[in-house]
Design a protein around this ligand. Structure first.
Ligand SMILES: O=C(O)CCC(=O)C(=O)O
Ligand SMILES: [Fe+2]
Length: 341
């Protein structure tokens, strides 16, 4: 197995820290992933713990109640969590079912999707968690990107996804079966919250091997209130920057018992994670933005077709000539259609 990568841990406590901005850009260009130091975020330990408690509450509900909220039409009756129809082996599964997806009405900050009755009492907490995610994603000085994510300009496809990969899946084959199939994320950035001792995320490296992304960054010891937030560059930032920022392909596997970067042994084969997908306003066009960095990257690519610089797959693997300018809504719809076949 490829060694875990040295994805940097970044302190975001200041909006105007140029060194942190540069480190973020470098990580986004190279890996398409970075960690945000949880001590510098606006989340408290109890915000994050509370969100995982809600997730556990939901996934512990009786199967009949959960299945009312299932996503997609291809869910096997025997396993609401995995796509396992007879034509798709589990190692190919896309894994995108059995998840609670929430979006917020931007004006009133209410949850658009109806919640299971037993979670109605947690509506405010969910809404508060989504607000904190939004604040984190927009924690940059006002610029092109913040204006494209301004909810007063129209609907965004922001969503919060509570994920559970259960331990008790019988008959899986370690090293072969996967929990969530290879994909890049659709939006601008994804915030991923993980629990200690529950690793499993891997990213595709330029030599086509899979490298684990530990819950805690490699070699970093510290007293974190909760694991660093893993930030993942999505397709839209890759489109806007013509592939300079990498929308890197990743997946989730059953972890080896010591797969957590040597930092922490895996205590549980269950995995809970929470992903917040930040999306621009639906009508946003996804063509490359005017930027010196993007232009010089484009020029380097024109001179040397092998230039990709970094790990990115996803939309950054497309040639410019293959791209057409689409809107955020069009892209999201196309990706969801491809995912929830
Ligand atoms: O569960 C995870 O850790 C990753 C999930 C993921 O990649 C996604 O929901 O896009
Ligand atoms: Fe993802």
């Amino acid at each position: 197995m490829t060694d875990p990568l040295d994805i940097p841990l970044i302190d975001i406590s200041s909006n105007n820290d140029h060194a942190a901005g540069k480190a973020m850009l470098d990580a986004a260009v190279k890996f398409g992933f970075l960690y945000v130091d949880s001590r510098s975020s606006c989340f408290t330990q109890s915000d994050v713990q509370g969100a995982f408690d809600i997730s556990k509450e939901f996934f512990h509900l009786p199967r009949d109640e959960k299945s009312l909220y299932k996503r997609g039409s291809d869910v096997s009756a025997s396993s609401p969590y995995f796509k396992m129809d007879s034509n798709v082996s589990r190692s190919q599964n896309k894994g995108w079912v059995g998840m609670m997806v929430e979006t917020l009405d931007p004006e009133h900050h209410e949850i658009n999707q109806s919640l299971p009755p037993s979670l109605m009492k947690r509506e405010k907490d969910i809404s508060n968690f989504v607000d904190l995610c939004n604040r984190t994603c927009n924690r940059v000085p006002s610029n092109f990107f913040t204006s494209q994510h301004d909810p007063s300009k129209g609907l965004t496809g922001n969503s919060l996804r509570l994920l559970y990969y259960p331990e008790d899946v019988t008959g899986y084959c370690p090293g072969k079966d996967i929990r969530a199939g290879a994909h890049s994320d659709y939006g601008s950035v994804t915030l991923l919250f993980q629990l200690p001792g529950q690793p499993g995320l891997e990213i595709l490296t330029p030599d086509e091997s899979w490298a684990p992304v530990p819950v805690y960054p490699r070699g970093i010891q510290g007293d974190f209130p909760f694991p660093p937030i893993l930030v993942n560059i999505g397709d839209m930032l890759s489109y806007w920057t013509d592939g300079l920022l990498k929308s890197t392909v990743h997946r989730v596997v059953f972890p080896d018992s010591d797969a957590d970067g040597g930092n922490q042994r895996s205590e549980s084969r269950d995995r809970y994670s929470i992903a917040f997908f930040c999306q621009p306003v639906e009508s946003t066009e996804l063509g490359p933005i005017p930027s010196d960095l993007v232009s010089s990257y484009r020029q380097r690519k024109a001179e040397d077709a092998s230039v990709t610089i970094g790990y990115g797959g996803g939309s950054s693997a497309l040639n410019t000539s293959q791209r057409k300018t689409i809107t955020a809504k069009g892209h999201l719809q196309a990706r969801l259609n491809a995912t929830y076949v």
